[in-house]
Ligand binder design. Structure first.
Ligand SMILES: C[S@@+](CC[C@H](N)C(=O)[O-])C[C@H]1O[C@@H](n2cnc3c(N)ncnc32)[C@H](O)[C@@H]1O
Length: 379
């Protein structure tokens, strides 16, 4: 161990030791990084990762051949490092020790008052009176236009909305081609989101998974966030859903290695999280089902989750993976809560809500997708 450098230590059991390829990669990593920043040791039964500061993108590049295999030791090391969090980034490296050396804010409360924390959500007029969810719609998959159906629900009766709207990318859904003029698209979307806000309980949440259409220069995640802020919802934060999908193009035609029009590569999507009236969601402690380890890992707002692989099987072009929903539901809702998905597709949200002992309501305009969602629930 280095004398003057402090490290955080990650230890992972490897009952069968490392194989030759893994040893070769560990040695190569140790050659690539300054020893006072980061190094890895191993013996016949465990691997020990010493970390002071690290450029995580560079580390991902070093291990990318192994990362796809979730059981790989390097996949585990990466996830453990990410979930450990850090104290900020300096020169591209995330700092993991010596928090005390960081500058601290004095008179925090006074300064917060001067800035007027979440000023945009003041005077919302949201009622604190919660309403019962209509029994006839509880734990149902509804085939309808959400804009129309949501009007049947009372104000303040849903705990959490988790959804992924059509992105207007031109995907072939069962009964529309997902390609409207952007203004028309946002008008429709916002009519539905207005209803979602209305039916959300005071203290409830809305989480929207969104992927902007970069090629149209439409920052949908900003436009959608702006809509919720204008409608007095509190912005709780943003999660980057890292899909590690490197299958995207680099440039517009004819501009390789030229500043003329490089494409920025986005291997992730966004989850934007909003709260109605209060950042704190009250609930019964007995109804919490997230473990300490899950909590530690999942509050780090970059989630590495592979895209859904069963889209062909379900016949839907834009499903999200069950694990994405599982994390969101366990982190942001209690068992027994009522979960809404107004763009329920083939029912990923509702299936996971049911599995995790939440109540649900899923709405989709396509009969075919709704039938699949019901079938999925029955199975
Ligand atoms: C991105 S997909 C959601 C997929 C879903 N997350 C899943 O895992 O299956 C968007 C869905 O919105 C549905 N949709 C489009 N317009 C709608 C509307 N006005 N009301 C309800 N559903 C609608 C589409 O049929 C499509 O299934």
């Amino acid at each position: 161990m280095e004398k003057h450098t402090k490290y955080k230590l990650i230890e992972i059991e490897v009952p069968n030791g490392l194989n030759d390829r893994e040893i070769e990669l560990v040695n190569s990593i140790n050659r690539q990084y300054e020893r006072e920043d980061f190094f890895i040791e191993f013996d016949s039964s465990k691997i020990m990762v010493h970390i002071n500061q690290l450029n995580l993108d560079k580390f991902m590049d070093s291990i990318s051949d192994f990362y796809c295999d979730e059981s790989s030791i390097f996949h585990q090391i990466y996830d453990r490092i990410v979930s450990m969090g850090g104290y900020g980034i300096k020169d591209g490296k995330r700092i993991f020790v010596d928090y005390d050396k960081e500058r601290k804010v004095t008179h925090r409360k006074v300064k917060e008052g001067r800035r007027s924390k979440f000023f945009y959500a003041k005077d919302s007029g949201f009622s604190k009176a919660q309403n019962a969810f209509p029994k006839q719609y509880l734990n149902k998959i509804i085939c309808d236009d959400s804009e129309k159906f949501l009007k049947l629900l009372p104000d303040n009766c849903v705990d959490l909305t988790f959804t992924s709207p059509p992105y207007n990318f031109g995907l072939d859904y069962e009964n529309n081609d997902d390609s409207d003029h952007w203004e028309k698209y946002f008008d429709k979307l916002f009519s539905i989101f207005k209803e979602c806000i209305r039916v959300t309980k005071y203290g409830g949440r809305i989480i929207v998974n969104v992927q902007p259409l970069f090629s149209d220069c439409i920052p949908s995640h900003h436009i959608i966030s702006n809509f919720f802020l204008k409608n007095k919802m509190l912005w709780k934060g943003e999660i980057l859903w890292e899909k590690n999908n490197y299958n995207c193009k680099y440039t517009a035609w004819g501009s390789w290695r030229s500043p003329s029009s490089p494409y920025l590569k986005y291997t992730w999507e966004f989850l934007e999280i909003f709260c109605k009236g209060d950042l704190i969601k009250k609930g019964d402690k007995d109804k919490i089902d997230i473990t300490a380890d899950e909590f530690k890992q999942w509050v780090v707002a970059k989630w590495n989750i592979a895209p859904e692989r069963k889209m062909k099987e379900y016949g839907h072009p834009a499903m999200f993976p069950e694990h994405l929903v599982e994390r969101a539901l366990k982190l942001f809702s209690y068992r027994g809560d009522i979960i809404l998905d107004p763009f329920n597709g083939v029912g990923t949200t509702t299936a996971v809500a049911h599995r995790l002992s939440r109540n649900y309501i899923g709405i989709d305009i396509s009969k075919e997708y709704c039938n699949k969602a019901i079938e999925r629930m029955e199975n």
